[in-house]
Design a protein around this ligand. Sequence first.
Ligand code: GLN
Length: 478
Amino acid sequence: MTGKSDFQSVRQLLAAGDINCQDLTQQYIEKINEGDKKFNAFISILGEMAREQAVAVDRKMAEGRAGRLTGMIVAVKDIISMKGTRTTCGSKILKNYISPYDATVIERLKAEDAILIGKTNMDEFGMGSSSENSAFQPVKNPYDLERIPGGSSGGSAVAVSAGMAMSALGTDTGGSVRQPAALTGVVGLRPTYGRISRYGLIAFASSLDQIGILSQTVTDCAEILQVIAGRDDRDSTSSDQPIPEYNTFLSRDVKGLQIGMPSEFFGEGLDKEIKQEIDKIADLLQNGGANVREVSLPHADYGIATYYLICTAEASSNLARYDGVHYGFRKDHLTELESMYTITRSQGFGDEVKRRIMLGTYVLSAGYYEAYYRKAQKVRTIIRQDYERVFKTCDIIIGPTTPTTAFRLGEKSHDPLRMYLSDIYTVSAPLAGVPSISVPIGKDSKGLPIGFQITAKPFGEGQCLRVAHWIEKNINHQ
Ligand code: GLN
């Protein structure tokens, strides 16, 4: 929003010797120290670590062996492990937990000389759509401090939107990269399940969790994806599909592309102004030589129910490890094992996490497993088949990222069902295992950002980036 400097121009300044990484890093640390008093996007600012890294990168530059992300200032969602730093997941239960190792994505970013500037605020364990469910106070939207920035990667989105980082890592289980990206006016990519290693990512819902990228431009997003994508022997769910050169997609136009607009994404509940803006982009694509037509994803309406059954079930199992023994917080002065578990968990987890553990335990329980969990798995398959059918004749699917622009702080926090509905357009891509990107396309009459969502076939990140980049380039010339 303010004082954005995109990576491509910084790279030129670095190459020309007009700035060095140490000065650049210092500028960003100052921006965070000053700006984040308003936004609360960071849980930890890694000033000292970032400065040390910058010294090393400057040395490498002088020796002509600096990596491809030299000068990229990156913020990291506080659910991704980074050696020697606190990784809280936005939870009191991990308030003082220090990661003993680096996640693979962190190793890869460091190896290419990105500067890691801080760990960002989030909904506890990724559970939320507003970044209000944090044990570290809510994050504020830079476009209106009375409004939420989306979630759960709200801190990462705001770091980028407010120019406190050039890009950020987030995680997207049901929309947590794309939805906050849309509400804060930045680019947000959720790659295909398996495209990026999750080693070192703390689990929320394992069959859905994926690390994603938030950035100011589509080009920057492609650069980061290139570095962090790919097989990792430490994550058996990571894929060995070949990684294309993503920037080759960026120079391509949209001529001849077959584009589907699912009618289910344009029904009741979609804000009129958002619909208008999406229609304008559909026309722009059509005029650019693409063939845009209506398609149907008939089971999209079951997305929210299916997603919340599966993610709560998986969360209840993943979160069993926070028992006061293995990690993090334990209530003091307790002498008896069972009450130590109960009291630690009651005090360590926030309300939304407890709600999900209860829901998840219920849907997995003997009497209800068939009726809920098993049925949700079947519907998930049907949702995936809807996508497969559309992708037989379409290259990409487009639509809104969110049904509304940013809502007010507190507006939905006491009504979980309304909160869950803000994910209505983002949950089906993770259920289907396909990649999806949100790109900013303008503002509503209140001046709040609107996001446009582009979804492609599995491992079609290149197509997402291609179309998003084309829109980014052509949008001002309408
Ligand atoms: N808002 C969704 C949820 O609360 C998605 C969260 C996510 O993608 N981590 O579960």
